[in-house]
Design a binder for this molecule. Structure first.
Ligand SMILES: *Cc1c(COP(=O)(O)O)cnc(C)c1O
Length: 366
């Protein structure tokens, strides 16, 4: 079977992680700092704070944005439950708004109808790594004084009008979970271009203690005054060692991934009963997923399975879950999206020959 995902571990990772294990400095230290510095320098991320998961990044963004009970966060249901959980965890309310059928991303044209006096934020999920319409989202946010939080768990390495995802909005959240583009085993990052906000993130990811300005006293305890609620959300140095190893050649891996995506696009653009997701020239997807809509989807999945290929929806709209209040039938694009979306393998272990094989397998019909 050709799997949908693979986990990429760079050959140098074993030695780098072993070195940390031998050093006995396992928790957050020098390597976390180095990992953050390289994420900023090589991927253009704004003040990335390395965390223990993408879910922690989302939660910390919601906390630092000051969202709480009574506040509404506009978001598309086309995501993983983590996006909604981060909002609910602080007592705020996700207000599910329709997607663009062509992308799975939030539809800016649908947002204003969802805005109420309680609306405080828009959460933009870049589905599959394809950037949302950020200019339109920011225009709405400015007009209504809303905060923009990006769930960029799929979008490390993506660009929007030449700018890297991770430097555009007040908050951008990445995931370094095992099957994401860049993994630290589990991990994530929260990026805030505003230095004061970034400083708050760095403090609150580690109990609310300012690590750099809390010297050890002669008594042997750090000197600090805990003034706000903090969390234990930092990345460890052994995770950072894996992340640093996996950053080697990251740009080349993304180039290769995009070439495979172009190969799919060329081979699948004329297939009856199949509509590829939109790809606009003003933005570059990170292609965590390669997605499309197909007619008779179960037949498609079964036909591919019989030819040794995994096809998957990855996730359907999260609003259907009881915790989030159940399926919103009025979100017509989301419901259509749920019915026809599908993704085919795209990962680092995939060869151009396998992509050719998958293209011909789909062209045989289903
Ligand atoms: C993976 C993922 C997350 C959560 O990331 P973790 O690192 O697993 O906590 C959040 N949102 C989306 C859309 C994801 O795919």
């Amino acid at each position: 079977m050709i799997p949908l995902f693979s986990t990429f571990v760079h050959p140098t990772a074993h030695a780098r992680v072993s070195e940390v294990l031998t050093s006995q400095f396992l928790s957050e230290g020098r390597l976390v700092k180095e990992f953050e510095a390289r994420l900023a320098a090589e991927l253009g991320l704004a003040n990335p704070a390395a965390l223990n998961s993408g879910t922690s990044a989302l939660h910390l963004a919601v906390v630092v944005a000051g969202l709480g009970p009574g506040d509404e966060v506009i978001m598309a249901p086309q995501t993983f439950i983590a996006s909604g959980l981060a909002v609910v965890q602080e007592g705020a309310t996700p207000v599910f708004t329709d997607v663009q059928y062509e992308t799975g991303n939030i539809d800016p044209a649908a947002i204003e109808a969802s805005i109420t006096p309680r609306t405080k934020a828009i959460m933009a999920v870049h589905w599959g790594g394809y950037p949302c319409d950020m200019d339109e989202l920011h225009a709405i946010a400015r007009r209504h004084q809303l905060v923009v939080i990006e769930d960029a768990a799929h979008a490390l390495g993506a660009t929007y009008k030449g700018r890297p995802i991770g430097a555009i909005s007040e908050y951008t959240c990445f995931s370094f979970q095992a099957i994401k583009h860049l993994t630290t085993g589990d991990g994530g990052a929260l990026c805030c271009p505003d230095p004061a906000r970034a400083e708050e993130v760095f403090r609150r990811r580690w109990f609310g203690i300012d690590r750099d300005h809390s010297p050890m006293s002669e008594l042997g305890e750090r000197e600090y005054d805990l003034a706000e609620l903090g969390y234990k959300y930092h990345l460890s140095d052994y995770g950072a060692a894996l992340g640093l190893a996996n950053l080697e050649g990251f740009a080349e891996r993304m180039t290769r991934r995009r070439a495979l995506a172009r190969q799919y696009t060329a081979g699948l653009s004329q297939v009856a009963g199949l509509q590829l997701f939109e790809q606009r020239p003003d933005r570059e997807s990170a292609y965590w997923l390669y997605g499309m809509h197909v007619e008779r989807r179960l037949d498609f999945i079964r036909a591919l399975k019989s030819r040794g290929i995994v096809a998957s929806v990855a996730h359907n709209g999260i609003d259907k879950n009881s915790l989030f209040g159940g399926k919103r039938e009025y979100l017509t694009n989301q419901r259509r999206f749920d019915d026809t979306q599908i993704h085919i393998p795209l990962h680092d272990a995939l060869s151009p020959e396998q992509v050719d094989y998958i293209i011909s397998a789909i062209n045989q019909g289903w």
